[in-house]
Write a protein that binds this ligand. Structure first.
Ligand code: NAD
Ligand code: 6OD
Length: 478
């Protein structure tokens, strides 16, 4: 099926088409229709109708069953989803097979299951006549919610919000990134086959500013917005939502630090840092871009990391042995290379990489830098590429001060052999997530999100269900 919007249970291709490009070789691989204002309006109307129709009448059990069917539907078409994700992103096929698509499946199963574990407060309240009153909480969906997702983990991050939004009984308007529309379109087919009532899930393609994204966030028929993407986009969306006081949940950018103490398992810290810097070509919001290493092992650590970076095999997604793929677009490649240049001009020592290989596609080299000052832009700003800057520290206090000196606060990683240090340091990190001796180890029930410019609110487990629903107090005089 060609790429299409999915509105009120129907696929449609309205709107001016734009081109979809394969990042691995720069060729055009398809066209995508850009939703216009009338199309967005139709989708909002369809979603509102679903809330007052059969979707609104579904109980937890029915919605849970539908979510499980969606998960099973993705599983059945697993390789199609893998191929879609690989075509749009150029990522190594193994990454899509082991992370992106399994996690999307897990997201739907997890929120279907979580519906059953949900409990609400109830209180017996004393009254003067001695009979008392019963207070209890009812949770209701927010209504029509817009889910706007980025391109780096397309289906994983879209389903991370769509699954809890549907579980809580909302009608969803999903907009994937303009760069990665394919897996979301397959998801619409799976949702359709899973028998969700028309309008419960709708899909719109298009760009952000001055396009479908901005139209959704400004639409008076959209009751809430869940967004993952750049912090600057979050600000624009918040301004738009503020006009009508619509609630927002934001998962935004990061400039994540790793702290490597001399008492850490050296090999594990190097291997873990390689993963946390270079996975998905550094295009994961949780990737490490700043590495602080205790001075006594600094030189040895830099050398080990650079050695590994130099041997990472860049390649096409289906080439056996490919460890790192391209960046998402020519524009993003230009941005990342701009930071490499800025670092060199700023006096950085380049221990690995620093440029782009001579091949088609949007590849850049895995890059390891030292020697910049903390206030230099490549150390302060999110690059979102396969690059990190390392600096030494002398004390635990200094390590914490360096890690926390950032406008961002998404995730941090601590490598240490001391249990006491781990518990001392982790809670003092100004981030939403701290990993100790691991990276990106996820339990879907845990709170996920960032502080400072890295986000607003928490998602994950009951936190997502809390965002996507509103508690109401009922007080009954007995
Ligand atoms: P982006 O902000 O450019 O775009 C994300 C989505 O928002 C896309 O669908 C885009 O079309 C839409 N959009 C853009 N401008 C908009 C506007 N004015 N109004 C409404 N919608 C708009 O982000 P990106 O480049 O796709 O993704 C990379 C960024 O996302 C990085 O900063 C990364 O750190 C962040 N990210 C954060 C998390 C997290 O969980 N914290 C996860 C993944 C990515
Ligand atoms: O694992 C997740 O649930 C999650 N939200 C990951 C975000 C990755 C950012 O690129």
């Amino acid at each position: 099926m060609p790429l299409a919007h999915y509105i009120g249970g129907r696929f449609e291709e309205s709107g001016v088409p734009f081109e979809l490009v394969d990042p691995a070789d720069g060729t055009v691989i398809g066209t995508v229709p850009e939703a216009d204002a009338a199309t967005v309006d139709r989708a909002v109307t369809a979603a509102r109708a679903a809330l007052t129709g059969s979707w609104g009448a579904c109980g937890d059990q029915e919605r849970g069953a539908m979510l499980h069917r969606i998960a099973e539907g993705i599983q059945v078409r697993f390789e199609e989803f893998v191929a879609a994700e690989v075509a749009d992103t150029g990522k190594p096929v193994e990454l899509a097979r082991t992370v992106d698509i399994p996690r999307a499946i897990a997201n739907f199963h997890a929120y279907a299951d979580l519906l059953w574990g949900r409990a609400e407060d109830s209180y017996h309240t004393p009254t003067e006549d001695g009979a008392g009153a019963l207070n209890y909480t009812v949770r209701r969906p927010l209504g029509v919610v817009a889910v706007i997702a980025p391109w780096n983990l397309p289906l994983l991050l879209l389903s991370w919000k769509v699954a809890p939004a549907l579980a809580a009984g909302n009608a969803v308007l999903a907009k994937p990134s303009e760069l990665t529309p394919s897996s979301a379109t397959l998801l619409a087919e799976v949702v359709d086959a899973a028998g969700l009532p028309a309008g419960a899930f709708n899909l719109l393609h298009g760009f952000g500013a001055d396009s479908a994204g901005a139209m959704l966030t400004a639409h008076s028929g959209v009751d809430a917005i869940a967004f993952t993407g750049e912090s600057a986009t979050g600000s624009a969306i918040m301004r738009s939502a503020a006009q009508r006081l619509a609630p927002v949940s934001f998962e935004l950018g990061g400039k994540n630090p790793a702290l490597v103490f001399a008492d850490a398992d050296f090999e594990a810290a190097v291997a873990g840092t390689v993963r946390s810097v270079f996975t998905n070509a550094g295009q994961v919001c949780l990737c490490t871009e700043r590495v602080y290493v205790e001075r006594s092992i600094f030189g040895e650590f830099v050398e080990a990391l650079a050695e590994r970076a130099k041997t990472l095999r860049l390649g096409a997604p289906y080439d056996p042995g490919t460890e790192m793929g391209p960046l998402i677009s020519a524009q993003h490649k230009e941005k990342v290379l701009g930071y490499y240049e800025l670092a060199k001009q700023g006096g950085a020592t380049v221990h690995a990489g620093g440029g782009a290989p001579d091949r088609s596609g949007f590849f850049v080299e895995p890059t390891v830098l030292t020697g910049l000052r903390e206030q230099d832009r490549p150390v302060r700003e999110e690059i979102f590429g396969p690059v990190c800057h390392l600096a030494p520290f002398d004390t635990e206090e200094e390590a914490l001060q360096l890690a926390n000196d950032s406008e961002y606060g998404l995730a941090a990683t601590v490598w240490t052999g001391s249990l006491s240090r781990a518990h001392r340091v982790a809670p003092r990190l100004q981030t939403g997530i701290a990993w100790v001796n691991c990276w990106n180890l996820r339990d879907l029930r845990t709170p996920f999100g960032g502080v400072k410019a890295s986000g607003i609110g928490r998602e994950g487990g009951k936190h997502s269900l809390d965002f996507f629903s509103e508690p109401m107090n009922v007080c009954v005089k007995l």
